[in-house]
Design a protein around this ligand. Structure first.
Ligand SMILES: Cc1cc2nc3c(=O)[nH]c(=O)nc-3n(C[C@H](O)[C@H](O)[C@H](O)COP(=O)(O)O)c2cc1C
Length: 401
């Protein structure tokens, strides 16, 4: 059997600190500190704790060159079975073993996408599953701005300055036109009105403006570049749009993929398992947005899911590749905010999402396509139950006091 190391792996010497009563009673600082070595390999997506001899073997194997397993030095050969079982070392098409074949397949799939190893590792190990962001901010007492100031202390200054007042070149403030008024009415919406259906045409118009291809450049039959209303690194437009539609006239509630060239919805099966059967779509949405109930009534939720393989086809193992893809999410989100605002709707974006559950529900392989953020849009409700940032009263009537 021939073996080689997996394509990308980083080792982290992790320290975990826990409260320990005995330490406190014994005159110590009350904390127990434990250190261990963890292997972070993006094609695995789960941490693997390693012993010294296992680290040593990993360091001796090439990620490119295959070697005979039987030729390994005796001091490390005994740890090979575990590294093979965990997927950190892969075997060539040798023995008929399901686990080995599965890891070889995962490693090969990872290599085909041309990730930069740091970008891949960041992405793979910052995905959530079952996180309740609302409870977390309650537990850390950082729910409101006042609480944050109390718990976190003074924040860095709100607007940085370089030099003094006298050295500043003051710029003229222009009179507001329609575009300024549109910008001013953009505020993250946290109060949707599920009792009001979104008209089909309004929904379609927002989708067309934000996600549709506006034109195309056909290089050859198999190589096409799209023009959209948002910029994209290399013009590759990797961002796919997956939808959960809740309250749109003429669109049955459910999961969809949006086809950017056809400007069409592709129905997907309902999310299966994980306790969503009983609670229906709303229970699934609550998990999507890490229990942020203020987003759960949005008429349409949009998962931004980049096809990394599309961008990394050009930007192979590129140091900026992942950053470029993430930045594109911001461009799309702002275009969605403004398109929704122009249509009299509210919009939001959240990065607090349970990616692993999303990948599972939408059938995405995280090595080539992942969940990056969730946006949404729909009618604002009549009452602000959850706070929105509207200090100038552009969206909500200002209170008298
Ligand atoms: C990348 C990104 C992630 C965000 N994540 C959340 C979130 O998890 N929950 C939330 O309520 N708002 C989220 N927001 C919205 C911000 O809280 C909001 O933009 C900010 O408070 C400023 O308010 P404004 O958008 O109304 O101007 C996010 C915004 C951005 C750009």
């Amino acid at each position: 059997m021939k073996i080689r190391r997996c394509a990308a792996v980083f080792l982290e010497p992790r320290e975990e600190v826990a409260f320990e009563l005995e330490s406190l009673l014994g005159g110590g600082d009350g904390l127990r500190r434990e250190r261990r070595w963890l292997a972070l390999a993006p094609h695995i997506g789960e941490e693997v704790e390693l012993e010294a001899s296992e680290r040593e073997l990993l360091g001796r194997l090439s990620p490119g060159q295959w070697v005979e397993a039987g030729d390994l030095d005796a001091d490390v050969a005994s740890v090979l079975p575990r590294l093979l079982a965990e997927g950190l070392v892969v075997a060539d098409a040798g023995p008929d073993d399901d686990t080995l074949a599965r890891w070889r397949g995962r490693d090969e799939a990872f290599r085909r996408v041309h990730w930069h190893p740091l970008g891949a590792t960041l992405h793979a190990f910052t995905r959530w599953e079952g996180v309740d962001a609302v409870q977390n901010s309650k537990d850390s007492r950082t729910e409101t701005a006042v609480e944050m100031r109390e718990v976190l202390g003074v924040p860095p200054v709100e607007a940085a300055c370089r030099g003094d007042d006298g050295s500043r070149l003051k710029l003229p403030r222009a009179a507001a036109n329609d575009f300024d008024r549109l910008l001013a009415r953009r505020a993250t919406c946290r109060n949707f009105d599920p009792s009001r259906q979104l008209p089909f045409d309004t929904f379609a118009q927002v989708m067309q403006r934000v996600f549709a291809a506006q034109a195309e450049v056909r290089v050859s039959d198999d190589t096409v570049f799209l023009k959209k209303n948002v910029p994209s690194g290399g013009g590759l437009h990797p961002m796919e749009c997956y939808l959960v539609v809740q309250h749109v006239d003429g669109v049955p509630p459910g999961l969809y993929h949006y086809h950017a060239v056809e400007h069409a919805l592709e129905p997907l099966p309902p999310p299966a398992g994980e306790g969503w059967e009983g609670g229906g779509l709303r229970a699934f949405i609550m998990d999507m947005v890490a229990q942020q109930h203020w987003f759960a009534d949005a008429h349409v939720l949009v998962m931004l899911a980049p096809r990394f393989d599309r961008t990394f086809w050009k930007y192979r193992q590129h140091a900026k590749g992942y950053r470029v893809v993430a930045l594109e999410g911001g461009h799309i989100s702002q275009t969605l905010y403004l398109s929704a605002t122009e249509a009299g709707l509210g919009a939001f974006i959240t990065g607090a999402i349970n990616e692993k559950q999303l990948e599972h529900a939408f059938g995405l392989d995280p090595v080539s396509q992942g969940a990056l953020a969730i946006c949404g849009f729909g009618w604002r409700g009549p009452v602000m139950e959850t706070a929105e940032l509207d200090p100038a009263g552009e969206v909500w009537a200002k209170s008298e006091d």
